[in-house]
Design a protein around this ligand. Sequence first.
Ligand SMILES: Nc1ncnc2c1ncn2[C@@H]1O[C@H](COP(=O)(O)OP(=O)(O)OP(=O)(O)O)[C@@H](O)[C@H]1O
Ligand SMILES: [Mg+2]
Length: 588
Amino acid sequence: MTPEPGRGGVENGAAVLSAAFEAHSERFARITARARRHFERQDWSAAQRDSVRRLDLYGECVADALGRLEARLGALARDRDTWHAIRGAYARSVAARGDAELAETFFNSCARRMFQIVGVDSELEFVAIDSSEPHGLATDAVARVFSRDGRLEDLLERVLEACGFAAPWDDSSGDAQRIAAAIGAEADARSIRALEVARPLFFRGKAAYVVGRLLTDGAPIPLLLALRNPRGRVIVDAALLSEDEVSIVFSFARAYFSVSWAQPRSLVHYLRGIMPRKPLSELYTAIGLHRHGKSELYRSLLRHLATSDDRFEIAPGQRGMVMCVFTLPGFDVVFKVIRDRFDPPKTVTHEEVRAKYRLVFRHDRAGRLVDAQAFEDLEFERARFTPELLDQLLLLAGDSVQVRGDRVVFRHLYTERRLRPLDLYLREADPAAAREAVQDYGQVLRDLAATNIFPGDMLLKNFGVSRHGRLIFYDYDELAPLTECRFRELPHSSDHGDEIAGEPWYYVGERDIFPEEFRTFLGLKGELLETFLAHHEELLGVAFWHRMQDVHARGELLDIFPYRASRRLRRGAADPDAQSPTLTAGSE
Ligand SMILES: Nc1ncnc2c1ncn2[C@@H]1O[C@H](COP(=O)(O)OP(=O)(O)OP(=O)(O)O)[C@@H](O)[C@H]1O
Ligand SMILES: [Mg+2]
């Protein structure tokens, strides 16, 4: 028999969980805060280690919280009434926090784990579907306004100096002039009255970003300054002035930023003002709060289901051999369920597939690998599925999908932003857009190579096109670190019979890759093939791949710029950051 939920048990339980959440926040904040120092000291490998460390933190803290709770409450920790009462006490204890919405998500993670909740349990979890909407959030807390009282350059220089780096600026007044010139080329610089910038800086990889807006007599203009520290002296590498360009820096295909700010909701809403088309979930995720990003995604999904008649349906494109993929027409997300069995030639196991998705989660996604969020034990109304989809799911993925009465339950699935599969896109696009896509396709291979990733299955159907026209890869079951692949020349036999035989007559190891074969894999013809060859022919030889492997073997971290090369402010001989073009991977 479970003991009665006494007040002491409830208060103790709430205290354990809120202390666990507090401990998580502190550890998260401490790791995040180190990003500034890593940037100042050019300690890129420490920055990389910390970003992975931070991703692991959440699961560890939840497990720790549950262990402590059981130690403190014994069997009561698994008692529903007690837990329900703990939720009330916990809500009161975190209500005044600036990150109360994260505290609720943390509580839910604990509850779901403890009770193995399927679907949603409104007695045990926080379920408010709009709890993260802003209420009277003041911009001035999160952003600082620098008023103009003279030249734009002087205003910009004040903004740069306010970053307060321990490393010196290389040439802040020259940078301020270059930014002013970039602004002048796009906007009426005279109409700028002030500059408003988010108080925290955004650190990621080898860069730091100032994010804000130019306040003009008319509509504000987005502003993002990309700062780098190539030689122990900080420079402004680029100034971006449009919603689209800023949005690409905040892409769902990149690693998360380190941003020290205790009121995430106000920051996310500030960012939303600059990038109104980005969902809240992606903005939370972009600043490293991916667990809460998942809560927001789930809530927006429930809102969408509640306010539309949309049904889940099979996603457009070719059916996967590893994944069943479905979507909702009016909701920009795909859902991927791992199939029960994979037909030949697939040799991967379920565990390996999941391990690949984990690898991508922890890796620098370089703007080219879609971020996938894993969900467990989701439940939807059966009537919201088209019959074809439900048949397909039950037939191919019955281990993960079950029908229980009028509900459909998913044991495990991934969500990703929905992209237009490249095979479909090339059929629809006008010739110029198709050529651009093919050129960018090659660039994806280069960008991934620069971060030590080989995508494996490089067929067109495994790449998607974003709303910005950017190519992004999403099929991870054959992806591998570049340094683990063996790039080989195709052996050429003197025996004609060998060469026309269906099976290769030479030994092919599991990790052997023959770049010459890419030409056939791609299935590009005519003008599109020519476009690819004009920009990327070297990808069909082994030399490029070996060179990239050497770079990674030396432990070099290459630069991937989340903006076009033409946006870089210091070009030409005077550029202290000039690199050999073969090693500069990004050309977005
Ligand atoms: N993020 C996405 N946006 C839009 N469509 C997608 C997305 N991810 C997958 N798809 C669609 O679902 C199909 C299967 O997905 P995916 O390639 O991830 O699965 P797979 O089973 O690993 O494929 P393969 O058989 O090529 O190994 C894709 O070909 C594409 O049509
Ligand atoms: Mg695929």
